[in-house]
Design a protein around this ligand. Structure first.
Ligand code: ADP
Ligand code: MG
Length: 227
């Protein structure tokens, strides 16, 4: 079942001499239960792609269709509802609220959205990410890797139908990075969601069902997992 579809999507920044075609015409489809990796060098357009998919950035042309809804045609207020209800973001800039403890970051989400994880599920998520003992700590007291894992917890806590992660393992050691990929894979399969992970780390693609490569704004399918 198709969860996400991009039809002839492009993104251009600037104009004239400073014009950058960050995303050339892109057609893309992602299904339920798929864990998809996007690899590619810095500046190739990976973050642009991910933020367009998540409705944080509007495409210059083309359509983005998420769960049957054309989000590229929506006004911002509508789009923010879709983001809240359906999308879990793990972005490069940390999305943690500085004056809230780890636990309160989650509880804040309960005030804006229903259907989030219950206490038992949250405990399991904390355990899986190795952040159980950080519940009462503030972001400033966490290491980069810990912050990254809390950001992942925050994205998964709302049970989104699609998870978009931009270099979610960048500040983790290898073992922890593998665990995070294992967790994302497990969540994707057991909750029948769709996950797209941008990564520099080729080794992490072995966890994925599909691997795409981004080169100068052109997305190409590299392979289907182990095949
Ligand atoms: N807001 C912006 N304004 C102008 N240029 C941008 C903006 N965001 C990205 N770009 C440019 O678009 C290209 C792709 O960037 P990006 O999607 O961030 O690549 P990646 O995530 O693969 O490193 C780069 O040339 C970058 O400089
Ligand atoms: Mg990027």
């Amino acid at each position: 079942m198709t969860v996400l579809e991009l039809q002839q999507v492009t993104k251009t920044f600037g104009s004239g001499r400073t014009k950058v075609e960050a995303l050339k015409e892109t057609n893309f489809r992602a299904n339920k239960k798929e864990l998809i990796a996007i690899i590619g060098p810095s500046g190739s357009g990976k973050s642009t792609f991910l933020t367009i998919v998540g409705g944080l950035l509007s495409p210059t042309s083309g359509e983005v269709i998420l769960n049957g809804k054309t989000i590229s045609g929506m006004v911002e207020r509508e789009r923010s509802q879709v983001r809240l209800g359906e999308i879990g973001f793990v972005l490069q800039a940390s999305n943690l609220v500085p004056f809230l403890t780890v636990d309160k970051q989650m509880k804040l989400l309960d005030q804006v959205k229903k259907g989030n994880m219950d206490n038992k599920e949250l405990k399991q998520l904390y355990d899986d990410l190795g952040i159980e003992e950080l519940r009462k700590k503030y972001p400033a007291d966490l290491s980069g890797g810990e912050r990254q894992r809390v950001a992942i917890a925050k994205a998964l806590y709302t049970n989104p139908s699609i998870i978009l992660a931009d270099e979610p393992t960048a500040s983790l050691d290898s073992d922890r990075a593998y665990e995070v990929m294992e967790l994302l894979k497990h969540e994707t399969k057991s909750k029948e969601t769709t996950t797209i992970v941008v990564t520099h780390d080729i080794r992490l693609t072995e966890y994925c069902d599909k691997v795409y490569k981004m080169t100068d704004g052109i997305l190409t399918l590299e392979g289907n997992g182990d095949e």
